[in-house]
Design a protein around this ligand. Structure first.
Ligand code: HDE
Length: 730
């Protein structure tokens, strides 16, 4: 029986939106209810099937058994062909100021209104049950339930894409998915078919730099940027258009984990990002992003060195600044994963009046693909009636019937024009909110070819590489060495080195060294197999100019927000005899600033502190792992210190935290624990604020000082310089 569900305790009353109320009409809650069949008949026994005698065969007439098993047999639907692994949340969006000069989209014109959203984050290549921590692009899909219908901003956490034309998408995905003969590897691009394809596709060079960077290993979905990727159009009430690029800027900054850490997390907690999003929302630490736009007037369409219709290019923020126009807050977890997160159907073609498309050939192909894929995935043309997909405004048209139709359309007419029903539903004039496409002038011949303005494949790949900090550059080199190291066919490795040499000689040289190969001298035209049968290879070689911009700060994560410890996870390693005073001082100070603190002990149950206080640990050394935390603290107390020092898992915890460049703090009484690690003796002997903030390790008897510095260290996120020189065992 459908029943009103109590509103989630995590969502404050003012954030209950029309969408949440609408969804509640479909929520069922079994608390206090009788069990029934799907047809409402109360069930007396759901545990035993109906048999011919106690030891006899089951009877076909047992409709309770048949219904239960049949429904179970049909529970699964096909997973998404890409972005199968995802996690989602509800929230709200609010624009800061009236944007009507640029767009007539009502939800962007009224700062007083709040628009409900549903956001799904995802990895691309892995199956539904694959690890969250794969090296991969992340999907960032936002459904705005506006008063003018649904607007879907179906973006990624990287601002460019691998290919320039939608016709190559099936090739790209076939190449990256597990290989078809043995279905390996899962959720990984480190295999022959992917690099075989990529090494013959110089247009992917820029995106490859992003995919091999730390952006592909987010610390959290809450700490990722999002991008609409394509250039879209804003159209105002006068019908005037400007080009627009969409950005999401996370208010917690943009942070990553280390590759070795990512691989370990995949074993210790493959749901790491899903859990992180869920836990933060349950704890009331609502994730927030600002919506940014880059606006390019029509008159500036040809002013750049790249084509704004080319999805392998971004518009550097130095050339067109990002204006922050609104804020999105995620404040409620879904009630049911399948009903909401799995059944949500995004489509880049779901736009509202005031937002329109451009001729970006990747975007144009996407406009076909998304509805098409829902037809097979969700089983028919009525997927818009699934609660999570319904707009919050009424739907009326002459479309009818199809599998699983829910709407009961009254009346005789399902066509127009009709006289019988007075031509209802009525078409709407643009002035009254009817969607009209932007009046773009098109005068062209049909042609299967790519524009010359799309042929510069390397200058932005180079711009990206040059804009990275030294640790970030090293991570790209390591990632390429790892990925190509997993490739079996040497000619593929060599061809990729030739591509890399066009981006940056030193980058290619370092990767070649790691692979034990030389960079071959392959003319670009020969690398590029992405040409039509009647085309000339030379025509499709990159123009390869030196871009005029040497670096762009926004492309590096080094300068990201580093002034908050909100939602960071801190481990405290303690045992019986711990000094509870310093433990609680440090813990309380971290929690007060929004961090999540876990006490980890040799065993679960209770530990008894030096002052005979009972402390309940959150995890044991067996269940916890350093890769699931951002920082670690070892409090004092003689017995506790001795017990922690005697625990191999605790020492491994510290060594690994050091290896992954995390902040480490210890009370002076606990220095012997650090002395048992491999790293402590290698640290400089002198102690100052500067050394602490450089090395990321503090040992102090002064709890106030320790806490203050520890917070600063945690906010810095990582001490990547530890990797250089690379002498970190663990
Ligand atoms: Fe998608 N993409 N895509 N994509 N995409 C899908 O739609 C497709 C592209 C993105 O959480 C599919 O409902 C084509 C770029 C996200 O449900 C499918 C092309 C960007 C999601 C599809 C692209 C994206 C999808 C699979 C090249 C970033 C997950 C299931 C022309 C701007 C949405 C589905 C969710 C999902 C097709 C390229 C983002 C098959 C043909 C570029 C975030 O329709």
């Amino acid at each position: 029986m459908a029943k009103q569900n109590p509103k989630s305790k995590t969502a404050p009353v003012q954030q209950q939106t029309g969408k949440t109320d609408q969804l509640e009409n479909f929520v069922a809650d079994a608390a206090g209810q009788f069990m029934t069949t799907n047809h409402g008949v109360k069930i007396n026994d759901d545990q035993n099937s109906l048999k011919a005698g106690e030891r006899g065969a089951t009877l076909l007439e047992d409709f309770i058994l048949r219904e239960k098993i049949t429904h179970f047999d049909h529970e699964r639907i096909p997973e998404r062909i890409v972005h199968a692994r995802g996690s989602a949340a509800h929230g709200v969006f609010k624009v800061y100021e009236d944007m009507s000069e640029l767009t007539r989209a009502a939800f962007l014109c009224d700062p007083g209104s709040e628009t409900p959203v549903f956001v799904r984050f995802s990895t691309v290549a892995g199956s539904r049950g694959s690890t969250d921590l794969a090296r991969d692009v992340r999907g960032f899909a936002v459904k705005f339930y506006t008063q003018e219908g649904n607007f879907d901003l179906v973006g990624n956490n990287m601002p460019v894409f691998f290919i320039q034309d939608a016709i190559k998408f099936p090739d790209l995905i076939h190449a990256v998915k597990p290989e078809p003969d043995n279905e390996m590897p899962q959720a990984a691009s480190a295999h022959d078919t992917f690099w075989d394809f990529i090494s013959q596709l110089p247009e992917s060079a820029h995106m490859i730099m992003w995919a091999m960077s730390d952006r592909a290993l987010p610390r959290s979905y809450r700490m990722m940027e999002g991008f609409g990727v394509h250039t879209f159009r804003f159209v105002n009430a006068k019908g005037e258009s400007n080009f627009v690029k969409f950005h999401w800027k996370p208010l917690l900054g943009v942070h990553a984990v280390a590759w070795d850490e990512a691989q370990n997390i995949s074993g210790k907690d493959p749901d790491f990002h899903r859990r992180d999003l869920w836990d933060a929302i349950e704890a009331g630490a609502f994730p927030e992003w600002e919506l940014g736009v880059q606006i390019v007037p029509e008159s500036d369409e040809f002013k750049f060195e790249f084509d704004i219709l080319d999805p392998t290019k971004l518009i550097p923020e130095e050339l067109v600044p990002v204006q922050r126009i609104g804020k999105m807050t995620l404040n409620r977890n879904p009630d049911n994963f399948f009903a909401e997160t799995e059944q949500v159907a995004f489509h880049v073609g779901h736009v509202v009046p005031g937002i329109d498309f451009t001729n970006d050939p990747l975007l144009q192909g996407r406009l076909f693909s998304y509805t098409d894929t829902q037809l097979i995935r969700l089983g028919g043309p009525n997927f818009h009636e699934i609660p999570i997909n319904r707009p919050v405004v009424p739907v009326h048209n002459n479309q009818r019937d199809g599998y699983m139709r829910q709407t009961i359309n009254r009346g005789k007419t399902s066509y127009g024009p009709n006289a019988i029903a007075g031509n209802d539903p009525a078409q709407v004039k643009a002035a009254d909110g009817g969607f009209t496409s932007y009046n773009e002038r098109i005068d062209a011949k049909k042609i299967r070819a790519r524009s010359r303005s799309f042929f510069d494949h390397f200058s932005q790949a180079r711009l990206f590489f040059n804009s990275q900090s030294d640790p970030e550059k090293n991570h790209i080199i390591d990632a390429l060495s790892f990925e190509l190291g997993k490739v079996k066919a040497v000619p593929i490795r060599e061809r990729m080195l030739a591509v890399l040499a066009n981006i940056d000689k030193s980058l290619a040289g370092e990767v070649a060294f790691a692979l034990g190969l030389h960079i071959p001298d392959v003319p670009l035209a020969e690398l590029n197999n992405s040409i039509p049968a009647d085309g000339k290879r030379e025509d499709y070689a990159s123009a390869n100019p030196e871009g005029s911009l040497a670096t762009s700060e926004a492309l590096s994560m080094a300068g990201t927000i580093k002034d908050t410890i909100k939602t960071r996870k801190i481990a405290i390693l303690a045992a019986d005899g711990v000094d509870e005073k310093s433990l609680s001082k440090v813990k309380d100070a971290l929690v007060a600033d929004g961090a999540v603190v876990h006490i980890i002990a040799p065993k679960l149950g209770e530990i008894i502190s030096k002052g005979d206080k009972k402390i309940v640990p959150d995890e044991s050394f067996l269940t916890a792992a350093s890769v699931l935390y951002d920082a670690v603290y070892v409090p004092g107390g003689t017995n506790s210190v001795a017990a922690v020092e005697a625990e191999a898992n605790a020492l491994h915890f510290l060594n690994e935290a050091f290896k992954h460049c995390k902040a480490i703090a210890a009370d002076e009484e606990a220095v012997q624990v650090l002395e048992s690690t491999y790293f402590y003796k290698k640290l400089p002997a002198e102690y100052s604020r500067e050394t602490v903030l450089r090395e990321g390790v503090i040992v102090s008897a002064d709890v106030e000082e320790l806490t203050a510095l520890f917070k600063e260290m945690i906010a810095l996120h990582r001490f990547w310089d530890r990797e250089n020189p690379r002498k970190i065992p663990a």
